[in-house]
Ligand binder design. Structure first.
Ligand code: R5P
Length: 294
């Protein structure tokens, strides 16, 4: 209840001290509004500027992918070690405990599967995303796919419009079609187009050569997808090289949940992404954790 009498007079106005005005730690997002910055600061660690996103949305096009057959057994235990989870609403409602309190990068588009032509997508209802308390809307852009480029870019721009209205950032996901090469030329073109269309963060693939051209050509943070399962040390080396060349994190699925020791793997990935550990150090951490938890 507000009191009208007996209040202490305000006097600490800090006269002569300019009001503190903080910048924003995340590339290309200094001018977005407060709600977006708040959500982005839950996804990316403001100290390291980086994020380890755990991706398990594969089922929306691939069905029961290896490692995701029983997500309650394989994914739920990994969630506490992630900075952010990337998944569908089906996974959220069935196996993600609402008490986990992790920011959600929400698979906001849906469409064709691996059994037909990929990338013929539509987007979902923004009210559903708000109801699920998501922190980012993830939408695919199939750049260079003659059939679906236009549809997916329309989905992306519509998502950016809806996200901007409600303070939810958009993750532009570069899809790689059958005939497209994962080189720096293609990845920088596709990622840049997503950013120019308003995506706040881009998910793309790492490429062996000139990956720093991709991160430099794109004015917002890039996180890399892991792609198909690699030997654990190679996956750690890929994460290391991506971070070293300017990536702001990983959005990794199969190389974590298909690893021989998934918790050991996500911990090792974290050591690279947040603590600048070398590949050798991270791999040793992985091996030690694996051997101690057999
Ligand atoms: C694919 O369906 C999804 O977009 C995945 O989230 C993405 O490919 C990352 O997962 P992975 O590291 O397994 O490639």
């Amino acid at each position: 209840m507000a009191d009208r009498e007996g209040n202490i007079d305000p006097k600490d106005f800090g006269i002569g001290i300019p009001q503190k005005s903080e910048g924003f730690f995340l590339k290309g997002n200094s001018h977005v509004e407060w709600g977006m910055k708040s959500r982005l600061s839950r996804i990316f660690d403001p100290k390291s500027g980086h994020s380890v996103m755990l991706a398990f949305d594969h089922g929306f096009i691939m069905g029961p992918t290896s490692g995701l057959e029983r997500m309650d057994l394989t994914i739920t235990p990994l969630i506490p070690y992630s900075d952010c989870i990337m998944c569908t609403r089906g996974a959220l409602r069935t196996i993600v405990p609402p008490t986990c309190n992790k920011p959600i990068s929400y698979r906001f588009d849906a469409g064709t599967s691996i059994l037909t032509e990929l990338n013929d997508q539509c987007i979902q209802d923004i009210e559903e995303a708000i109801r699920l308390n998501v922190s980012m809307l993830a939408v695919m852009a199939a750049i260079g796919d003659p059939e679906h480029e236009g549809i997916t870019i329309r989905n992306l721009t519509k998502t950016v419009d809806l996200g901007t209205k409600y303070g939810i950032p958009t993750l532009g996901v570069t899809a790689v079609g059958k005939n497209l090469v994962r080189d720096s030329r293609y990845l920088s073109l596709a990622s840049r187009i997503c950013a120019e269309n308003g995506a706040n963060v881009i998910k793309t693939y790492f490429c062996e050569e000139k990956f720093e051209q991709v991160t430099n050509a794109v004015p917002v943070p890039i996180v890399i997808a892991g792609g198909k399962k690699l030997p654990e040390r190679d996956a750690l080396a890929m994460a290391y090289r991506a971070i070293d060349q300017g990536a702001a994190g990983v959005d990794m699925g199969r190389n974590i949940f298909q690893a021989e020791c998934p918790i050991g793997m996500i911990l090792a990935v974290r050591a690279i992404v947040h603590e600048n550990k070398s590949v050798d150090e991270a791999f040793e951490m992985y091996e030690t954790y694996k051997n101690e938890h057999k």
